[in-house]
Design a protein around this ligand. Structure first.
Ligand code: GS8
Length: 220
């Protein structure tokens, strides 16, 4: 790993960027964080991700890798020795990718709209959100992690959004624990890992950040 240059373009509140930080911590890879301004995007973000112009971007020895799930797979391939993330078996790998995609489409996308919505629209989003979490409870079964005994790709893909759960619950006036206790217990197990606890921001910090955005958007 000596002589490697690893840079992450991120913002602290982004669960997508947190995925990359958790994976790098699991692998023991040292890196430099370059926080980005997403309101007025800087030249390095525009150069490194000219297509989507989004964070996270991992820049490895000068070459950019974009899209958080693509970055996770890249990290797993480049640093395969420590904490393998994807299973070796092709069928198990396909399943891990399927659920990570589901988590993107349902839980990450859902969270983005849930805390800003109101009234009936919000009720419908919450109902769907709980249903999707329950589906994931069914996938987890009574395992320790989605990777079984070991913390793996789906755990890395999923755990960062739990830092937004408190914010979702306060703005949506519902309890995730009351509906999905197994997911909350799993999130606590993830938090026991240094990679996760050192990456995920405090719930209060996320809530205050979301509150400020709501005020700025005139949504409160
Ligand atoms: C999503 C990244 C993303 O939405 C991934 O990496 O998995 N599919 C991508 N990044 C946001 C910040 S987090 O909400 C972003 O960079 N937004 C800037 C913009 O939309 O202009």
């Amino acid at each position: 790993m000596a002589g490697e240059e690893v840079v992450l373009l991120d913002v602290w509140s982004s669960s997508y960027a947190m995925r990359v930080k958790v994976a790098l911590a699991e692998k023991g890879v040292e890196y430099v964080c370059q926080p980005q301004n997403l309101v007025s995007k800087g030249s390095s973000l525009l150069e490194m991700n000219p297509i989507h112009k989004k964070i996270p971007v991992l820049i490895h020895n000068g070459k950019p890798v974009c899209e958080s799930l693509v970055i996770l797979e890249y990290i797993d391939e480049v640093w395969p020795e420590l904490s393998p993330l994807l299973p070796k078996d092709p069928y198990q790998r396909s399943q891990a990718r399927f659920w990570a995609d589901f988590i993107n489409k349902k839980l990450y996308a859902g969270a983005k709209v849930l805390w800003k919505a109101k009234g009936e629209e919000q009720e419908k989003i919450i109902k769907d959100y709980i249903e999707n979490l329950k589906i994931l409870e069914g996938v987890l079964k009574n395992e320790k992690f989605f990777g079984g005994d070991t913390f793996g790709y789906v755990d890395v893909a999923f755990s960062p959004i739990t830092s937004w759960f408190y914010t979702l619950e306060i703005f949506g006036k519902f309890s995730i624990e009351a509906n999905c206790p197994k997911i909350v217990a799993w999130a606590k197990r993830c938090k026991e890992r240094h990679s996760v606890s050192s990456t995920l921001p405090d719930s209060d910090k996320v809530y205050n950040y979301a509150l400020d955005i709501k005020k700025a958007l005139g949504l409160d």
